[in-house]
Write a protein that binds this ligand. Structure first.
Ligand code: NAD
Length: 314
């Protein structure tokens, strides 16, 4: 299987490495010139569960990619989806596009670029770290699930599961993928946004009963929006996930907190903001997600505001 990984940062490079180990012909596509140069010079170095792999993968910018590909694995941050897919428009041919990005609305964003029956939608709990240009790491088994966005069974799903498993990814074709995606998003809306705003961790949330209630109420709004959208997401499963994280992932720093600390843009638009917008459209009350969206956007905007107003009177 010829797979182009579009957005070969932490996740894209880890998946690219594992897919290559599984026998796929992998091309990494990214706009990070230092990363591309390091891969061209030394190959992609991937520490996978403590074993270092040096993989001589093809790596180039999306604009330089001419195809062909059977599958494009989209792993940019959500807010770069349009630019990335736009850049490979001429090379897409009749490739399927798989997204394992976080948040909701990913299938719709991709379907703006190609027919909806070529979109595969999924999620992964695999952790990945970008250590340096040309070097990534991932530790710990975690599930990856996906299915055709239109709900149809297709042979490529089984082929992809086989390649992923051969490469060490715990992959599964899951017709209930929409519910799983909304459950993960509801969980992330709670844990990511609250931690990002408070420099908090799941354990810290668990240690303050009213913070745990806030997290559960945030997620419950997301589940209510999912169910009003006709998606059978389970509030019970998400409650249990939050309780588990609060009791066991004591000092974990969620990605939105890491992004805030590094001054990077967050994926709030695909998480709390998406819940707030869809809830408003459906008449489902979403006051907590609306407030968390505003606070995260304010936190993101403040450094530029301070810089632009430096020297002004207090
Ligand atoms: P990342 O920032 O490490 O990687 C994104 C890559 O996209 C970068 O290398 C960037 O240069 C590249 N990019 C930006 N614009 C591009 C463009 N126009 N064309 C091609 N490439 C472009 O992010 P990540 O941590 O790998 O996350 C990717 C997605 O996976 C996100 O949606 C994230 O929420 C999700 N996710 C991450 C993890 C994790 O542990 N890191 C786990 C689960 C899900």
């Amino acid at each position: 299987m010829r797979i182009a990984v579009l957005g070969a940062g932490a996740m894209g490079s880890v998946f690219g490495a594992r897919l290559a180990l599984g026998g796929a012909k992998v091309t990494l596509l990214d706009v990070n010139a230092a990363h591309l140069a390091a891969i061209a010079a030394r190959g992609l170095i991937a520490d996978l569960d403590g074993t270092e792999h040096r993989l001589p993968l093809a790596a180039m910018t999306p604009a330089d990619f001419t195809g062909p590909a059977d599958l494009v694995l989209l792993f940019t941050k959500v807010f770069h989806t349009d630019a990335a897919l736009g850049a490979i428009k001429g090379a897409l041919g009749d490739a399927m596009v798989l997204t394992l990005q976080n948040g909701i609305g990913n299938a719709e964003r991709i379907a703006a670029h190609l027919p909806a029956d070529r979109v595969i939608l999924g999620l992964t709990m695999t952790p990945a770290e970008f250590l340096a240009p040309g070097r990534v790491a991932s530790h710990g088994a975690a599930t990856t699930r996906f299915y055709s966005a239109d709900g149809q069974a297709r042979p490529i799903l089984d082929d992809l599961v086989a390649v992923m498993r051969k490469g060490g990814i715990d992959a599964k074709a899951d017709p209930e993928i929409q519910a799983a995606i909304w459950e993960k998003a509801a969980f992330n809306c709670a844990m990511n946004a609250i931690c990002a705003l408070t420099d908090g961790t799941p354990g810290g949330i668990g240690a303050l009963p009213e913070a745990l209630t806030l997290a559960q109420d945030t997620a419950a709004e997301g589940i209510a929006v999912a169910r009003a959208s006709g998606i059978a997401a389970s509030g019970e499963r998400v409650r249990a996930l939050i309780d588990h994280a609060a009791a066991h992932h004591l000092l974990h720093a969620p990605s939105m907190l890491q992004d805030r600390k590094a001054g990077r843009r967050t994926e709030i638009d695909a998480l709390n903001a998406a819940i707030a917008e869809r809830g408003a459209a459906l008449g489902i009350p979403v006051p907590i997600n609306r407030m968390l969206t505003t606070l995260v956007r304010l936190a993101e905007a403040m450094p530029a505001y301070r810089q632009n107003t430096a020297g002004a009177r207090p």
